[in-house]
Design a protein around this ligand. Structure first.
Ligand code: PMP
Length: 439
């Protein structure tokens, strides 16, 4: 019996009572491999002694100081560290409490930037159909996932969604990667021209799409072309790395692999690894300067921005990731996971696709492997796989949304960066059994 309004109203929800390394334990002491790190959050796993020690030390020293009076040593140290490793030109950062807040802040920075620089008519946002950028009203308006948006209309921002929702070669079109990437990006230029370039504020996209489609990267060249189009029309490029960022794909930022730097970038989940709620918005120097030389403030703020405990957790997590060279393990274990998933599901009659980058992999379940037709949603396959996996001591992230944008089923794998090969093998074995039992 729970008195909490949970995301899913589920009488069978288990109670987590502990965690160590890649495992979580319920109230009866049963262990579950946390193979999706929650929702790609727990990059260091659970109970990491260095992070716990850093949290104790910060609690002893300073838990809270309001940002209208003070900055804090720990927030400054975190900012220095993150900006030093940020994509080119992202020289400033704004700390919030999670991914949706980071997206809201990015949208308001973009809007205020154009107001401060004398282009207040630039207010329209372009994003991709089927995308997810958070659940607060502005972020929800930005996302193109109809299923999440429908009942909350009218939404706050004027947003337009383009296709293809992911520049990903799913059904092998008969053209080269570059041609396909260029053609996919063309949709953005067409939309900007249709709306009137002087009215468009920003284009928002996830470099590797997470929650709505299961770790879908874009083809080579797509984001470079997107960057060129944004530059040509003075549209800000906002990359949402809330899920795919902070090392998850094998590089600190996913966009490094696409060879682009955005004007604004959001991160969260892996930033604090779940040890504290924290997110951040990186911003280009010219946006910061527009505020500094204009009104002198960013007209935004929350009580818990720059929270010292959250910053201490993130600083410790990022120090461990660097010190222990965990991105090397993400690459090595990512390759191992990809290989094992290929062996287990490569010829499975109901697996349409296995894809991803680093320790961010998606397995798509389909009724028919040939046509890639999704299962009837009434079968609630996702939920059944989740239950079968939990019964086998495996927690994986199930979510809906096939590549073509219709509702389907996929399993997202995003285990902690500390996972070893034997545990990867166990994850794939248990997942295989769960999928077969659920279908
Ligand atoms: N953007 C993306 C790409 C996400 O995956 C998520 C969370 N799944 C969010 C934003 C929202 O983050 P939060 O749940 O921390 O508000």
């Amino acid at each position: 019996m729970t008195r909490i309004l949970h995301r899913q109203i589920d009488a069978n929800l288990r109670t987590a009572s502990g965690g160590k390394g890649v495992e979580l334990f319920d109230q009866d002491g049963r262990g579950y491999i946390d193979a999706s790190g929650g929702a790609a959050v727990s990059c260091l796993g659970h109970g990491h002694p260095d992070v716990v020690a850093a949290l104790h030390a910060q609690a002893d020293k300073l838990a809270y100081a309001h940002t209208s009076f003070f900055t804090s040593e720990v927030a400054e140290a975190l900012a220095e560290r993150l900006v030093a490793d940020a994509p080119a030109g992202l020289d400033y950062i704004y700390f919030v409490s999670g991914g949706s807040e980071a997206v809201e802040a990015a949208l308001k920075m973009a809007r205020q930037y154009f107001v401060e620089t004398g282009q207040p008519q630039r207010a329209k946002i372009i994003a991709r159909r089927q995308s997810y950028h958070g659940n607060t009203l502005g972020a929800l308006a930005t996302g193109g996932n109809e299923w999440r948006r429908a009942q909350f209309k009218p939404l706050l921002a004027e947003t337009h969604h383009i296709d293809p929702c992911y520049a990903y070669r799913y059904q092998e079109p008969g053209e080269s990667e570059t041609e396909y990437g260029t053609r996919s990006a063309q949709a953005l230029e067409d939309k900007i021209l249709e709306l009137g370039p002087e009215t468009v504020m920003a284009f928002v996209a996830e470099p590797v799409v997470g929650a709505t489609a299961g770790a879908v990267p874009a083809v080579a060249g797509y984001f470079r072309r997107i960057r060129e189009i944004c530059d040509r029309y003075g549209v800000l490029l906002i990359l949402d790395e809330v899920m795919c960022g902070m090392g998850r794909t094998g590089t600190l930022h996913a966009c490094e692999q696409d060879g682009v730097a955005p004007d604004l970038m959001t991160v969260a989940k892996g930033l604090g690894g779940g040890y504290q709620p924290i997110g951040a918005t990186f911003l280009a120097g010219r946006i910061y300067e527009a505020f500094a030389n204009g009104s002198g403030l960013f007209q935004h703020g929350h009580t818990y921005i720059c929270h010292p405990m959250a910053c201490a957790a993130a600083l410790a997590v990022q120090e461990v990731v660097a010190r222990d060279r965990l991105l090397d393990n993400v690459k090595a274990m990512g390759a191992h996971l990809s290989r094992r998933l290929g062996e287990r599901f490569g010829n499975h009659p109901h697996v349409g696709d296995v894809r991803g980058r680093g320790l961010f992999m998606g397995v798509e379940l389909v009724e028919d492997r040939g046509t890639k037709a999704p299962f009837d949603p009434a079968r609630k396959l996702n939920a059944r796989i989740k239950r079968e996996a939990m019964n086998r001591g495996l927690a994986v992230y199930p979510a809906g949304g096939t590549i073509d944008g219709s509702r389907g089923d996929h399993i997202l794998l995003a285990p902690p960066f500390i996972i070893d090969a034997a545990t990867v093998d166990t994850v794939v074995e248990r997942l295989g059994e769960a999928v077969d039992a659920a279908i």
